[in-house]
Unconditional design. Structure first.
Length: 85
């Protein structure tokens, strides 16, 4: 009986962990990452202006490539800085 409860607790923990690490764009049902959406892009860029990796953000590779392009466009239009302070 006790081992069954432990198993349930482990399953809950794993479910929370996988839910947290899922791609934010997949969860939101986004098909296009807009370069004008500066608050979202700022969450995925470090203080030095570097793009966070997929392991840290949990973003799928498909969206990571789109994100890279959106950040480059936002930097070109001076919506995001190229480097930090």
């Amino acid at each position: 009986m006790a081992s069954n409860t432990k198993l349930k607790n482990i399953r809950k923990l794993l479910k929370k962990q996988t839910e947290r690490n899922r791609c934010r764009f997949t969860r939101a049902g986004v098909h296009f990452i807009d370069y004008k959406d500066v608050p979202t892009l700022q969450k995925l860029v470090s203080q030095q202006g570097k793009l966070y990796g997929r392991q840290r953000t949990g973003t799928h590779s498909h969206f990571q490539r789109k994100l890279k392009l959106a950040i480059k466009r936002a930097r070109f239009l001076a919506l995001l800085p190229y480097v930090g302070r």
